[in-house]
Write a protein that binds this ligand. Structure first.
Ligand code: ADP
Ligand code: MG
Length: 244
């Protein structure tokens, strides 16, 4: 295994009943690499990244994260300890305050004291620029603020890799940039990121590589410069024509 290769996806296949949602997907991600995955609705993007942290099971092929095979005994738990995930719907605990949302995982899973967990949580709330919201409930925050809490909550678990599944597509337009700005900073800090998004400005800014999926397959990959300049396939070209 290449030591820099933190995610290896080999010949991944998955069906829901008779419907094949992923077909022979191969993807390798290097340490610090930023990958943007795009493609039409229903093309298998969410299923693919959910497979990476064991939220979905695959039928054949394999996934290795930081040298840990998901199919090894205890593999899913060990992989999840290294992988953070942010969803379209923020999935915060509604009955907990913002800071309690952040401290729960570190106290339970990482054994931090409340004092240390609080300090860690405040550090990340400052990083996502909402320390003043610490004592509020999620429902009292805007969507953009809630998504930044969700990102901070993930970061409190010290992940080595972050997965994002359309993190801005449930947000009002004026809130999209405040979330993307946090993600750009995370990328600049060197985080390995797999991001499903149709925000092509973000992709241009941070993606090392773009992956275009259609019909459960990876149809095309390339740098943003390559794919925006001249997509190789007609399928990617017509997709870009629709969203740009
Ligand atoms: P994308 O994220 O690209 O929109 P998804 O990975 O969510 O695509 O879904 C790909 C296809 O798999 C869609 O046709 C969807 O309806 C189907 N699918 C997703 N999850 C399930 C499920 N739990 N059961 C059955 N079909 C599913
Ligand atoms: Mg999806």
């Amino acid at each position: 295994m290449n030591a820099d290769r933190v995610i290896e996806i080999r010949s991944l296949n998955k069906s829901f009943g008779d419907f094949q949602v992923l077909t022979n997907v191969d993807l390798n991600v290097s340490l610090g690499e930023r990958i943007v995955i795009c493609g039409p609705s229903g093309s298998g993007k969410s299923t693919l990244i959910r497979c990476v942290n064991g939220l979905e099971q695959y039928d054949s092929g394999g996934i290795t994260v930081d040298g840990i095979s998901l199919s090894a005994p205890g593999g899913v738990d060990r992989v999840r300890a290294e992988v953070g995930m942010v969803f379209q719907q923020f999935n915060l605990f509604p009955h907990l305050t913002v800071i309690e949302n952040l401290t729960l995982g570190p106290m339970k899973a990482r054994g931090l004291s409340r004092k240390d967990a609080d300090a860690l949580a405040m550090e990340y709330l400052e990083r996502v620029k909402i320390p003043e919201q610490a004592q509020k409930r999620p429902r009292d925050l805007s969507g953009g603020q809630q998504q930044r809490v969700a990102i901070a909550r993930s970061l409190c678990m010290a992940p080595k890799i972050m997965l994002f599944d359309e993190p801005t597509s449930a947000l009002d337009p004026e809130m999209i940039s405040e979330v993307l700005d946090v993600m750009v900073e995370l990328a600049r800090d060197g985080m390995t990121m797999l991001v499903v998004t149709h925000e092509m400005g973000f992709a241009r800014k941070v993606a090392d590589r773009m992956v275009f999926m259609d019909g459960g397959e990876i149809v095309e990959t390339g740098t943003p410069a390559e794919v925006f300049e001249a997509p190789k396939t007609q399928r990617f070209k017509s997709f870009l024509d629709k969203i740009l």
